[in-house]
Design a protein around this ligand. Sequence first.
Ligand SMILES: Cc1cc2nc3c(=O)[nH]c(=O)nc-3n(C[C@H](O)[C@H](O)[C@H](O)COP(=O)(O)OP(=O)(O)OC[C@H]3O[C@@H](n4cnc5c(N)ncnc54)[C@H](O)[C@@H]3O)c2cc1C
Length: 404
Amino acid sequence: MDFELNEEQQMVARMVRDYVTKEVAPTIKEWDRKQEMDPQVLPRMAELGILGVSLPVRYGGQGMDYMSLGLVCEELEAGDTSLRVVISVHMGLCCYAILQWGSEEQKLKYLPPLAMGEKIGGYCLTEPDAGSDPAALVSTARRDGDDYIINGEKMWISLATKADYMIWIARTDPEAKKRSGGMSAFILETDSPGVTSGDIHGKLGVRAGSTGWVNCQDVRVPAANLLGEEGEGFKIAMSCLDNGRYTVAAGATGLIRASLEASVRYAKERHTFGVPIAHHQLIQQKLAWMARDYEAARLLYLKAGWRKNQGLRNTRETGLAKWYATDASFKAASEAVQVHGGYGFSDEYEVERFLRNARGAVIYEGSSEIQQILQAGYALGYREDRPLRKELPPYDPDEWTREE
Ligand SMILES: Cc1cc2nc3c(=O)[nH]c(=O)nc-3n(C[C@H](O)[C@H](O)[C@H](O)COP(=O)(O)OP(=O)(O)OC[C@H]3O[C@@H](n4cnc5c(N)ncnc54)[C@H](O)[C@@H]3O)c2cc1C
């Protein structure tokens, strides 16, 4: 078993860490307070190649592997969760949906502008009354000649007001017998007439990011934008989560690391009872738990990334990594606030932002309750992963770096 990261993987992680340290850290508090996304974030991430990092070169990407994507997410979220969320929805949920399920025409049309950051991707599954139970969704897509007509509302959508292309899951056969049947996936261009969106304000965390709603009223989408086959929407939506959850797991791992680093710094500076608080065993215990959780979370996501590289199904491993890392990051951030005492309770220090940001990931992309249900299902033998009609392509360095 080889635990070494290769030169390329180390290089991309260093590059993103450098970007975060120099360009994100100095101003993130300000954007978080304003509850707005820094307008420089998307163009700068595009310029650095981050928005296409782990996509084949012939589709405009940087040709790096899936483990590199995880490392990028770890570094981004060590800066701020809002940056990692961009990658989760743009790459994990949108680009990979097209890479896995798209026709060659769809890949050639949509992936290069996304990979180069000229366009931004999003993912619309959740509705006002359908989150953990997406089979309850009610938005519809009705065939009309060469088009589908989409109607419905999506809620809690990351980059709702920023994305140019959205993967939209709708019901195409309202009569389907199976609850999860009769759904289809579409590539929606958000400048189509009838699409409206807005941001949600007053969020607990990810305040420097965009989260909102998207509405479709009689929106015409060409039949050529059907992703996969009619009726495959639920499977596509779930397969997307294998990739989105991977990025969430890796990002949450970065948040554990950031909580640990901030706590170590503060514990050495702050004195009580005549010694640095780092000398108190109860403080050391918190640091030890964070160190343990960081290593375990990192191993879990890298294992999932390695399986993606090999083209091996990773629904179980990715879910486990996501559940573990998000629970652990919330705990780490909470303990980091505790280490900082009263000062941790204000935004003078970054740990209160870590705590607020960590909360959402325990809910989105499958809450920790849903992850437990899935893991119990595997353990009991009630659940198994059957092959999909189209799998996420494995990482093949020659194939991914060839120009044509
Ligand atoms: C910041 C943020 C960004 C998001 N971005 C996106 C996005 O880009 N695209 C998108 O499609 N969605 C997005 N979501 C939506 C997110 O995926 C849903 O909020 C999540 O799936 C939970 O759904 P819900 O909010 O409807 O909660 P509900 O499904 O109503 O669940 C409420 C509670 O009940 C629990 N619960 C539900 N069913 C069970 C059960 N069977 N057993 C035990 N407990 C259960 C849940 O775990 C939860 O604690 C985002 C959400 C947030 C907060």
